[in-house]
Design a protein around this ligand. Sequence first.
Ligand code: AMP
Length: 432
Amino acid sequence: MTPTPFEALPLAAPLHRVLRELQYSVPTPIQAQAIPLLLQGRDLLGCAQTGTGKTAGFALPILHALHLQPRQVRPRSCRTLVLAPTRELAGQVGKSFATYGKHVNFRQTLVYGGVGQVPQVNAMRGGVDVLVATPGRLLDLIDQRHIDLGQVEFFVLDEVDRMLDMGFLRDVKRIVSMLPAKRQSLFFSATLAPNIVELARTILREPAHISIMPETTTAENIDQQVCFVAREDKRPLLDQLLRGQADAAQQKLTIVFSRTKHGANKLAKSLCAAGFAADAIHGNKSQAAREKALDRFKRGLTPVLVATDVAARGVDVKDVGLVVNFDLPNEPEAYVHRIGRTARAGADGRAVSFCSEDELEYLREIEKIIRMPIPRWDDHAWHIESLAERHSRGKSGGNHAPRPPSNGGGRGGGGGQRRNFGGNRRRSAAAR
Ligand code: AMP
């Protein structure tokens, strides 16, 4: 299925412009579902985690409305209120609004605890279009009459599950009680436990429901392996893997992930020189060049695609049989996203990650969030046992299942280990 491009969504011109500048071509699943509903003015109950693109999913339609209906905001008031559980998340959301609203004329501010309130009070004095706040400080400022919620048109509750874990239920209810009845409300949570659904019922009116299964669930069909290898040996190891792939009875497509744009280019070039039909996609390539590369990849004309994380986000290709993490991502969530490029639509897939000495910490972080050790593949010429041992020793005391036996280089090394990733995973936004 070809994903709908952003151009097909009826967003205002300044938003299309920024999406082009950001080189976002394809909406993520939550964006594709949420944006049309929100543009119609519907309330929304979204079950989705951070990393799914949900911030743009709500920020774009809100900015669209602010752009089309500019309005005078009363002193100390706001047209949009986004409630976030932590100061870090509030900061991220504020940043996203600033990014996506770069060409929209709007004012926003952040209100959170742990810092002096005076600048926040001053910022609210003239009123803002978007206020992103944590519940405690928001209520403080409301109680001191520095903020008035009587003009809110859009209300977003982000990461509600965390909000409740942190004991904000009463605060949230108080805040909701101060909002005008006529408003559009959006409610996002990574889980929908009964108490969360109950809360949603009291806030939303005939909401549309969207549930984005975390990428992690597809990982059940993926054979994951890690190779401990010196940085300079990654290249010959990749050749070996690609040759095996090319010899397979039914040739499948391969995506090789590189951390940098420059690295992606270099790697694609050297693969071509070694006789593999490869191409690179990354953020420095024009949209047209990326689409062309992707199209040739899909048709199997260049069965090896070297990609950076951002460029690979919209890649939804059925026949990707192998994902290689030539570099480990420094953001552990990206690992889940990357390996999710294979095993699409119920197919099986393999994901091989190369880990050199400088990447041990990244591997540790990844295994922490996927809550399992990635099975080792050490039956190749470039294996470094001392690195593997360092990794095993470095793991934090006993949280991991014992290492599975080496599987002789074939597929299925992790058979018994494969497991659904932690759907309830929660990480502090601060840790990202
Ligand atoms: P979020 O889940 O909102 O925290 O977004 C996760 C990351 O995905 C952010 O770094 C966004 O910049 C990026 N992102 C969101 N939507 C898209 C898209 N349609 N295409 C490419 N990147 C995106």
